[in-house]
Design a protein around this ligand. Structure first.
Ligand code: NOJ
Ligand code: CA
Length: 521
């Protein structure tokens, strides 16, 4: 079976605000990205995903869009986008744009017009509703960023729905005009050269029409009242028709484009990843460093996809989660585990999404509270630190102020000493995390045609995962003790310099992984 370009591809997520700054204002931008595409190519990935770069008041760093058909002046112009795509395509890199259909910014002209009067034509583009008789919000739904999911429109006395920040009003997808508008937006970027979309909040566009209260049930263990997990405020079947329509639009604009849903739950993967809908969704590996849990997650995520050639899109981190080095214990141990995880994940069948800085072994940065920017921090009254720690600008140059990202103070501060992780320093060192990523990615590409989509688990001691994929054998030791495995094949990659292959025996130190080419004895 011939593979489409995206099957088994490695994607690299670029957080636009923090990748590269071309005009030294401390904020990343599109020309900055274009100037660093050589680096991305050299890293060895196939495609990039750009986080939202649209005009936006930046209340949620671009996920509050004020104009879907333009570029935020802070980041450049539409022509800068064209140049970025052109350079990427010259380098044979595909480009995904982030589409944010669930909500707009409260500064979007549609919402401003909706607020202007009760019978404004845009009023029905959003969810406005009357309060309950006691004056409280229309229902008990809560925002993902904390507090109620409703904000009061003082002029009318009605409330509007926002599943995220109050500055991100949810669009009413039951309105066909909203659907038609997004079809135009999808066409616009595809015609401009985007190779597809990462779709924000992809499963949630249609809200249940009754806007019913979420039932609260008592937790048997704690006695506390909690929202009933069986009650969904979205999951409306009409959403499939929207993605079928987008698929049709994409199919009408060759070459082949991709739709990637921001969907994490396997049961929703089964419903949305299909030849006539989305190409993929994220299999985010958020479980702790534990062999049994990893194996279960891998099996569940793979089992959720039914179509031929349909495999998960493995993700260790993104701009919303704590960096994996930190999740895996931080420091030297965390970095060792993250490197082992990288080899394991790159060995799995399916796509892989890397997040910028992961290839440098970056940890979650400690951002002082007074410099935090994430709405999660503000809306939770500081009880949740938020996502700034994984969004700190990329360190490019050793020994330079702001780690070479900019000559001006960066929008989130570079932690002291971070220039030791800089790209230039790591390129110069054979054993660096970056060089390990580059070697693994190059090897994966070389082996690609001999890698089967089937994954065959092999017997291994507790705390060790061992599987085969055609010519490739992947071994990972999650434990604290060295292990020895009986495996055939030549050792071709190792996350730890102490991994040893002696005839049929493989010695794996703790927190390490290796690849063996089984076609070479
Ligand atoms: C998911 C995005 O990745 C996240 O950064 C954003 O805050 C929410 N969606 C809301 O758009
Ligand atoms: Ca800039």
């Amino acid at each position: 079976m011939t593979r489409a370009w995206w099957q088994g591809a490695v994607f690299y997520e670029i957080y636009v605000r923090s990748f590269a700054d071309s005009n030294d204002d401390g904020v990343g931008d599109l020309p900055g990205i274009t100037s660093r595409l050589d680096y991305v190519k050299r890293l060895g990935v196939d495609a990039i995903w750009l986080t939202p770069f649209y005009p936006s008041p930046q209340k949620d760093h671009g996920y509050d869009v004020a104009d879907y058909l333009d570029v935020n002046p802070e980041y450049g112009t539409l022509e800068d986008f064209d140049r970025l795509v052109e350079r990427a395509h010259d380098l044979r890199l595909k480009v995904l744009v982030d589409l944010v259909p669930n909500h707009t910014s409260d500064q979007h002209p549609w919402f401003k017009s909706a607020l202007s009067s009760l019978d404004d034509p845009h009023r029905s583009w959003y969810h406005f509703a009357d309060p309950k008789p006691d004056g409280s919000p229309p229902n008990n739904w809560t925002s993902a960023f904390g507090g109620p999911a409703w904000a009061r429109d003082d002029a009318s006395g009605q409330w509007y729905l926002h599943l995220f920040a109050p500055e991100q009003p949810d669009l009413n997808w039951w309105n066909p005009e909203v659907q038609a508008e997004f079809e135009k937006i999808v066409r616009f970027w595809l015609q401009r050269g985007a190779d597809g979309f990462r779709i924000d909040v992809a499963p949630a566009l249609f809200k249940r029409p009754d806007l019913a209260d979420r039932p609260m049930i008592r937790n048997r263990a704690t006695g506390a009242l909690e929202p009933d997990p069986a009650f969904s405020i979205f999951d409306q079947p009409q959403l499939h028709d929207v993605y079928k329509k987008w698929r049709e639009i994409a199919n009408g604009i060759p070459p082949e484009r991709v739709l990637v849903g921001e969907i994490f739950e396997p049961r929703r993967h089964s419903a949305f990843v299909a030849p006539d809908q989305l190409n993929m969704a994220f299999a985010l590996i958020a479980v702790p460093w534990d062999a049994a849990r990893w194996r279960r997650l891998i099996d569940v995520d793979r089992g959720a996809l039914k179509g031929p050639g349909s495999e998960p899109s493995w993700t260790l981190s993104n701009h919303d989660v704590v960096r994996e080095v930190t999740r895996f214990g931080g420091g030297i141990l965390g970095r060792k585990r993250a490197l082992a995880a990288m080899l394991l994940v790159l060995g799995l069948p399916g796509q892989v999404f890397l997040y910028q800085g992961e290839e440098l072994g970056l940890e979650e940065a400690d951002v002082p509270d007074e410099q935090r920017q994430d709405p999660v921090f503000f809306h939770s009254g500081g009880s949740q630190k938020g996502r700034d720690g994984c969004r700190v600008p990329m360190p490019w140059l050793r020994g330079r102020p702001y780690a070479g990202f900019s000559t001006a103070p960066t929008w989130l501060p570079e932690p002291a000493g971070w220039d030791r992780f800089a790209v230039d320093a790591q390129l110069a060192s054979y054993g660096s995390v970056l060089r390990q990523y580059m070697r693994a990615l190059a090897l994966r590409r070389r082996l690609a045609t001999r890698l089967a989509d089937q994954l065959e688990w092999c017997p291994a001691p507790d705390g060790v995962l061992l599987f085969r994929r055609g010519a490739l054998v992947v071994a990972c030791n999650f434990g604290h003790r060295p292990v020895e495995l009986e495996v055939e094949g030549r050792l071709v990659a190792a996350s730890d310099l102490l991994v040893k292959k002696i005839s049929g025996r493989l010695k794996l130190p703790p927190s390490s992984a290796s690849w063996l080419d089984a076609s070479i004895r």
